[in-house]
Ligand binder design. Structure first.
Ligand code: ADP
Ligand code: NI
Length: 194
């Protein structure tokens, strides 16, 4: 199977899997992560096909979405290079902030790129929208309880720029972090906590 055909097959598979996920983790998230990962990939020495496939597949087995999909089964049903498939399957489990906030120095650059792209999609205006979408999908309060969405900013989102690998990611993160901090401060001020 040539590269274009493989990418189309994987796209179709991912679109099907993510049809009904909440808007913070839907196919549009995958498309943003892919676009960002391809952009970051131009600044590094990497296998760009591997980057694109990892970006497309990175959330399929996320336990939060809990749909029971198996990337291995899907990839084994495609006529693709076995070593490319094994690289994808080796890297994918590490692309989770909750499980692996820090990747080893010698982790494949393609994995670092997709990890950065995923984290950049959790900050800035999109990051705010995604957090409230996710919180809403779990029926969480916006504020005022331990598990409220605004707590997630403190626990994770406001620190995410410390967990990026590429220089280009850190550069892109700057304005997104400024926006996130400004949003957080304004939010606390409007609820009378600051
Ligand atoms: P990972 O899959 O890498 O562990 P997450 O899935 O936790 O990363 O984060 C992805 C998105 O889900 C982020 O945009 C984040 O804001 C949102 N999210 C995850 N957990 C929460 C939460 N408890 N409250 C609000 N948003 C959350
Ligand atoms: Ni993601």
């Amino acid at each position: 199977m040539d590269k274009e055909t493989l990418l189309h097959k994987v796209e179709d598979y991912v679109r099907d899997c993510m049809e009904e996920t909440e808007p913070g983790h839907d196919y549009l998230h995958i498309l943003r992560v892919r676009k960002m990962a391809l952009r970051l990939g131009t600044t590094a020495d990497c296998d760009i096909l591997l980057v694109e496939l990892l970006a497309l597949l990175h959330d399929i087995e996320d336990p939060k979405l809990n749909k029971g999909y198996s990337v291995r089964c899907a990839l084994e049903s495609f006529d693709m290079d076995a070593s490319l498939r094994e690289s994808i399957l080796q890297i994918l489990p590490y692309l989770s902030f909750s499980k692996y906030p820090v990747l080893p120095d010698d982790f494949p650059i393609e994995g670092k790129i997709v990890s950065d792209a995923d984290r950049l999609d959790a900050i800035g205006a999109i990051g705010v929208a995604r957090a409230f979408s996710y919180g809403g999908s779990k029926n969480r309060r916006m504020y005022g309880r331990d598990q409220s969405t605004i707590n997630h900013f403190d626990e994770k989102l406001l620190r995410l720029d410390k967990y990026l690998y590429l220089e280009e990611s850190k550069r892109i993160a700057k304005s997104r972090m400024e926006f996130l901090r400004a949003f957080y401060d304004e939010f606390l001020s409007e609820i009378g906590e600051r």
